[in-house]
Structures are given as structure tokens and as C-alpha cells.
Write a protein that binds this ligand. Sequence first.
Ligand SMILES: Nc1ncnc2c1ncn2[C@@H]1O[C@H](COP(=O)(O)OP(=O)(O)O)[C@@H](O)[C@H]1O
Ligand SMILES: [Mg+2]
Length: 234
Amino acid sequence: MLEINNLSSGYGDIQVLSSISLSIQQGEIISIVGANGAGKSTLVRTIMGTLPAREGHVWLNGQDITKLPTHQIAKLGIAQVMEGRRLFNHMTVEDNLLIGGDILCDKQRSSENLTWVYSLFPKLESRRKQLARSFSGGEQQMLAIGRALMTGPKLLLLDEPSIGLAPIMVETVFEKLPEINARGITIFLVEQDVHRSLSIASRAYVLEHGQIVMSGTGAELLKDDRLRKAYLGI
Ligand SMILES: Nc1ncnc2c1ncn2[C@@H]1O[C@H](COP(=O)(O)OP(=O)(O)O)[C@@H](O)[C@H]1O
Ligand SMILES: [Mg+2]
């Protein structure tokens, strides 16, 4: 579904990503794990076209999307939940969701998606008329995921959904990912929480200093001595 080939990018004189290659099959939950500063968000930005690739290519279902603008990539079926969530704080929960659905230009589908998002996150429905800014961090993360799902994506890209959340909220957010995946949505999860994300990933890649240094199934990596020492302190 998504094929990344020799991708490099960076900021100004600094090269951050060096020759990243990876692939995602339809239906998988793929995780990228790595320490703070490894280049995870830079990878997300480069895939989404908000940061230009310096070398290499990104293919979505056989189409080269490397140089496409972000809104066009979104239209092709990739939705992202950015680090820091970026909600419209002065708008209600429901309006935040409906803005996500606008990209579809299809009222019927948008309304079906809204019903599904509300069944996935009942709290959003019970508080649909409240302003987004009145939400706690965890509730805002649910809203950000809900808004991304409203676009009817084939691939959902999540940049550190656990960051800054209370443990119980992290649990709630992670519990929903297999449910979203079961609906046919492929998931690309970028996380610092190595244990949790490897536990739900079908396959994972480890990113260090802008390079992929390990890959395997989530279960394989969880058993790997080097990974356990470096990331789990075991
Ligand atoms: N806007 C930016 N301008 C310059 N350097 C940046 C910018 N964003 C990130 N970096 C640098 O790129 C590297 C990777 O950052 P980032 O992709 O945010 O890592 P991660 O998401 O894995 O924590 C870091 O060294 C960081 O300082
Ligand atoms: Mg980041």
C-alpha cells in the first residue's frame, strides 16, 4: 500500500532522515519506534509532503506521491494525527469532526463516518456541543483521531498519540487502534512508547538518528536483546 524508497530529508543544512526504506501492506498495523529526536515526526512530515523529500520516493498504491501537496495526499486516503493534535479549540467537538468530513464532499458518507466515530468514542457524542478547548489531553487526542477518521482514510498515520497523556488515557487510545484497524484501515503508528506500540504492531521498524536499524514483527522485536536494553531498560 505504502512504499518508501531511499527517502532522505532534513531542515536547512541538517540532514535528518538518511535513505529510509520501508513498506506497509494493506491491513497492517506498522509501528515506527525510536527515541526522542530520532526523526519520527520528520518521517511523518516527509510522507505527508509538509517537508520536501531531498532524495527518494513515497508510493501510495503504485502512485508516486513524493511531490504532491499535503491536501492532495489527504484526498488520496492518508489521514494524519499530528503530534500536539492541532484542534480548532474555539469550535465545538462536532464541528471539529465535521471539518474532517468536509474533505469527502459527500454528506452521506460524512454522516456515516460521524455515527461510527461516535460509537468508537461515546464520550465525543455526549459532549458534542462543547468547545474542543474544554477537553482534557486524552479527550483531545480522541477528538483528533476522530477528526482524522472522518476523512474516511485508507491509511491512518498517528504521531505519538500517547505523548502527554495520563496512563489511563493512553490505555484507552491504544485499545481503540485494533478496533479502527478491524474496520479495514491500515495504521502507521509512530511512538516513543516502545513496549505498548510493539505489543499491538504486526510489524515494526526501529529508527535511530534518522536511519532504520532494525525491523521485524512486534513480537520478535519485543524479544530482541539489543532492543530491550536500548529501549525497555531490561
Ligand atoms: N523544524 C525543525 N527545524 C530544524 N530542526 C528540526 C526541526 N524539527 C526537528 N528538527 C530536528 O530533527 C531531528 C529529528 O526530530 P524529530 O523528527 O522531531 O524527532 P522525533 O519525532 O523522533 O522526536 C532532531 O534533531 C530535531 O532537533
Ligand atoms: Mg516527534
